[in-house]
Design a protein around this ligand. Structure first.
Ligand code: PBG
Length: 323
């Protein structure tokens, strides 16, 4: 008997042309957002441990790096400012604001610049807000008031978008109101709406100087970030942020939380979603590729495809500049 071909599903997989024509999901460079770290009083830029091609930048090296990124076609950025002086209240946001202003002065509308809004890089204890006297509780409203001031300051400095990553209640509404009152109604809010208390943030906390101090009564962020076992809380958090005026909803981390992305796509289709492929995910990919166990570009592309397939419109990724 001849091998009579009864190809049904395989026929469209047989060659690259057909595979391209049949493909449903594509990732384009336009969707990628490159995180940047800029560190106060740093004299020479430093590599971020565990992640290739990402640095703790100085004020000068930041501009050089962005110029190189723009030449490669990366046009969207998320800036994390790391001030030298740590405080516990009445925070000073000038360092990050002046970096934002310098970037916008130099590059203008050739790029889109989002600023992370949080207090963890500003505090010695490393928590994302203002602590009570006993240091066992992050005070909600006192934190929100500081975040709103930060958002206005960054927006006035030229940020196109502010991205609150603290997970306090009511911060999106407070930030929107403060921006609008200050005439900054065109500044977008990209909220970390579904941000989990994840063990994948390690390299970032080194880079941003923001790990909760081990000798504090609150050793971790579980009293404000989402429990990985509570998808319903993630949905509630995202709905709440959307109703308070968030323009883009972030799901974070990325790959371990694709179910959450898909849920938001179905439940809140009117709001764009960004997946944040966090530092630990990137370090895992880079370690795999670094040991010769995967092709770096292939594994990166596959992970991005998975996020877009699950519902991401945008991806915040440390590897944007490798594209
Ligand atoms: C700070 C913040 C974190 C990240 C972004 N903003 C760390 C944290 O919540 O501990 C993580 C990003 C990453 O790991 O790449 N609020």
């Amino acid at each position: 008997m001849a091998d009579v071909a009864r190809l049904t599903l395989r026929r469209t997989r047989l060659n690259p042309h057909l595979r391209e024509l049949a493909r449903e999901v594509r990732v384009s460079r336009e969707q990628l957002v490159q995180p940047l770290f800029v560190v106060d009083e740093l004299h020479r830029r430093e590599a971020v441990t565990g992640i290739d091609d990402v640095y703790r930048e100085t004020a000068d090296s930041l501009l050089v790096q962005i110029e190189a990124d723009l030449e490669r076609g990366v046009t969207k950025f998320l800036l994390f400012g790391v001030p030298a002086e740590k405080q516990s209240a009445a925070f000073d946001f000038d360092f990050t604001a002046s970096q934002l202003a310098a970037v916008k002065r130099r590059f203008g509308d050739a790029l889109w610049l989002a600023a992370d809004v949080c207090l963890c890089s500003h505090t010695a204890h490393g928590h994302c807000g203002v602590l009570n006297e006993a240091h066992d509780y992050v005070r909600n409203d006192a934190t929100v008031a500081e975040l709103a001031r930060a958002a206005v300051s960054y927006s006035q400095a030229g940020a196109d978008c502010v991205a609150p990553s603290d997970m306090m209640d009511g911060r999106v509404a407070a930030i929107r109101a403060a921006l609008d009152d200050g005439g900054q109604e065109r500044t977008a809010i990209m909220s970390y709406a579904a941000k989990f208390a994840s063990a994948f943030y390690g390299p970032f906390r080194d880079a941003a100087d923001s790990a909760p101090a081990a000798d504090e009564p609150l050793p971790d962020r579980t009293s404000y970030q989402l429990d990985p076992g509570r998808p319903a809380d993630a949905l509630a958090s995202a709905r709440r942020d959307a109703s308070e005026g968030a323009d883009i909803l972030i799901v974070k981390p990325g790959l371990p939380y694709l179910d959450i992305l898909a849920k938001l796509r179905d439940a809140i289709p009117e709001r764009p979603r960004a997946a944040y492929q966090v530092s630990g995910e990137q370090a895992a990919i880079d370690a795999l590729a670094g040991q010769g166990l995967a092709r770096r570009d292939a594994v990166q592309q596959e992970s991005w495809t998975a996020m877009v397939r699950a519902g991401a419109n945008a991806i915040i990724t440390y590897a944007a500049r490798r594209q």
